[in-house]
Design a protein around this ligand. Sequence first.
Ligand SMILES: Nc1nc2c(c(=O)[nH]1)N[C@H]1C(S)=C(S)[C@@H](COP(=O)(O)OP(=O)(O)OC[C@H]3O[C@@H](n4cnc5c(=O)[nH]c(N)nc54)[C@H](O)[C@@H]3O)O[C@H]1N2
Ligand SMILES: Nc1nc2c(c(=O)[nH]1)N[C@H]1C(S)=C(S)[C@@H](COP(=O)(O)OP(=O)(O)OC[C@H]3O[C@@H](n4cnc5c(=O)[nH]c(N)nc54)[C@H](O)[C@@H]3O)O[C@H]1N2
Ligand SMILES: [Mo]
Length: 747
Amino acid sequence: MDDTARQTRVTSSHWGAFEVVTEGGRIVETRPFAPDPAPPAIPAILPAAVHHASRVARPSIRRAWLASRDRSGRGDGDYVTPPWDEALDIAAQELDRVRKTHGNGAIYGGSYGWASAGRFHHAQGQVHRFLNCIGGYVASFGSYSTGCAQSIMPHVFGENFLTLTYEVQDSYATIAAHTETLVMFGGINPKNFMVSMGGITEHQTAGWFDRFAQTGMTRINIGPQRSDAPDGCDWLPCRPGSDTALMLALAHVLEEEGLTDHAFLDRYTTGWDRFRPYLMGEDDGSPKSPEWAAPLTGVSPKKVRSLARRMATTRTLITVAWSLQRQEHGEQPYWMSATLAAMLGQIGLPGGGVGYGYGAIGGIGKDFKPIGGMTLPQGQNPVPDVIPVARVADMLLNPGAPYDFNGERRLYPDIRLVYWAGGNPFHHHQDLNRLHQAWLRPETIIVNEPWWTPTAQRADIVFPATTPYEREDIGRSPLDDYLFHMPQLIPPVGEARDDYAIFSGLADRLGVGQTFTEGRDPAAWIAHLYAGLMDRGRAAGIDVPTLDELRARNWVKLELATDEQPKPILRRFRADPTGAPLKTPSGKIEIFSERIDSFGYPDCPGHPVWLPPTEWPGAATQATPLHLVSPQPGDKLHSQLEAALADVDGARPETILLHEQDANQRGIASGDLVRVFNARGAVRARARVTGDIVQGVVALPTGAWVGGPGQNMDANGNPNVLTRDVGTSRLGQGTSAHSALVEVERL
Ligand SMILES: Nc1nc2c(c(=O)[nH]1)N[C@H]1C(S)=C(S)[C@@H](COP(=O)(O)OP(=O)(O)OC[C@H]3O[C@@H](n4cnc5c(=O)[nH]c(N)nc54)[C@H](O)[C@@H]3O)O[C@H]1N2
Ligand SMILES: Nc1nc2c(c(=O)[nH]1)N[C@H]1C(S)=C(S)[C@@H](COP(=O)(O)OP(=O)(O)OC[C@H]3O[C@@H](n4cnc5c(=O)[nH]c(N)nc54)[C@H](O)[C@@H]3O)O[C@H]1N2
Ligand SMILES: [Mo]
């Protein structure tokens, strides 16, 4: 095939499928994929991003590290660019030195991040398989997305949190048919359902909201921003961090007005008797009434009462955004929402109860026959150490120190080498100045990256990785009903190699080449993994084309649509609580957990409670009077494609939303450049003044590449310079990204 001729082919990505026009070995244009009813705008930036000057062109090694193993200059930008063979030799020797001197437990390979959508070339799968082949690595548990929920929710519902969100909750079709009142804590966010891990083809969530409106469903967005739910929803402004107080007040009204479903509580839950005295203030003299909550939440008691009555008398679904657990004490709104739903007695009824993360990614709320995805086997990790993913800076700063996590006391390992592929911690982690200090500790940092991200800029060895457009792959997500052959569209940019080739080269040098590759090249691996997918499809009665057919067709829509819920765990539990118990210790929904209580954590006691975060509007000070929420960016995925997006006129610094009154007080108008700061750091941002945010709250999206170390202000506007790096609690140890106070001034 002449790959310089003009061609149009389809590929898949985390933000959807799209057509790619190539010519002369370059991506020249992208176009929407016709079957997608609401294609996102993100792919338009691809031609600029893929061929951007910020691509890593050659293997790069920090000159000072090479000369003297210097770590202090990480971020100085002074690299030498040896040929591939030499760079791989150096990296392999260093991996070997570290494992022989300190053991594999000194290698951190958690390597958190979204990487790209193709299944074989998924960077995390590749790095984990490689590190397992050379004796293992310290891994990470959970995600920045839902780490806290993954710890708390199994105690409450007995189910893995991801199973709960992806397979147990009602689909949008069921909600449209049954729900009368949709109560959305943190909204169901139009910008967020554009993306979905591993791919999303038909963006249907907006269409479902049109349907909800037609059915007359009441849709209430509770939180700091009107824009967190689609247009047409009611907005109940509420201060960030205060949702648990509002849920408690709703619960108090139910109990006070005789609206609690006690029959449900008796049959399906445990621990109500331990929780009720707290709710009614019998044990602490403080009833959790709407009047109690009002100064915390900013919501009037009258509104709380009328909402509670509506929830008790209509089919009500409570939804909770993932953002509510990316904050200090994020366990509490999650646990309390389950308790509130139990009091309403609708859990297990179609369109009733509680659901988590609707809209967080576009794939949630679709019901498909499960035929699984396609993953590279990662092998066994002989190293037992696993840290909660968001505790990475704590680990690097405190080797050997004890920490608590979900009932266990553990010790942080002593990390000498960090290997990252497919993530950008200098975008995603909190308190980046602290991470920078932590990052100076390991002896060596190796990163595979297509672009010179802030993380690549702070690595000692950088291997240039291909993007999905430069290699063949298969696109397939269990939350989607399309299957893609992702053809190689253009030759690798610069000297980039696939992660697979990089790890094969290292594995060869470390004597485990055959173990890593099993003698397969990428095409053979794709054929091997694809055969497994075909088998599972056949077993489920689904017609999956042969790989050759798929190659010829580029994409197919699989017949995965189903009216049946794949895992009707809560329906069966409701029908027969003794015959189909939950996997909690009591077999029931746990409003009080003996297990959690036995941990003795003051920051996560045995039943849901109101615990004010250290930083939230209720703790605002003169120096930091404003609460910062740092949502996902609407125009892209995290920090991906940032280099090209940052070039767009006026795009950087990133835009911060301020309430009119807060802006007036500071003499700030829309378009002004501002300095956002607290004791942890300062960033530049561009102001946009609005009435659609709660007064005292500012919103600065994530995703800008943080500038170089040593500057006292990040010029691009990465909110993680300002966020606080502390676990949600000893139980969840998730990120507390959304709990931060700042001040803003005009520049
Ligand atoms: N303040 C604040 N911070 C947050 C959040 C928040 O709400 N507020 N949200 C958090 C959440 S939920 C998340 S998920 C994280 C996201 O954080 P990340 O997942 O780390 O962010 P990405 O920008 O997606 O990073 C993926 C990186 O992989 C690279 N990459 C892509 N394809 C390949 C490949 O094939 N090979 C290799 N080697 N590299 C590749 C990309 O160029 C990019 O640099 O951020 C977290 N941070
Ligand atoms: N376009 C786009 N979509 C994405 C992503 C992306 O990078 N870009 N990232 C994806 C990923 S990895 C994830 S994990 C999901 C995350 O999905 P979410 O967690 O839902 O996303 P966020 O944008 O962090 O937060 C949504 C909103 O929650 C509100 N909020 C913050 N704190 C509080 C609070 O205390 N109470 C209430 N009631 N509301 C609060 C904020 O106003 C914010 O706009 O998004 C996914 N979708
Ligand atoms: Mo996430």
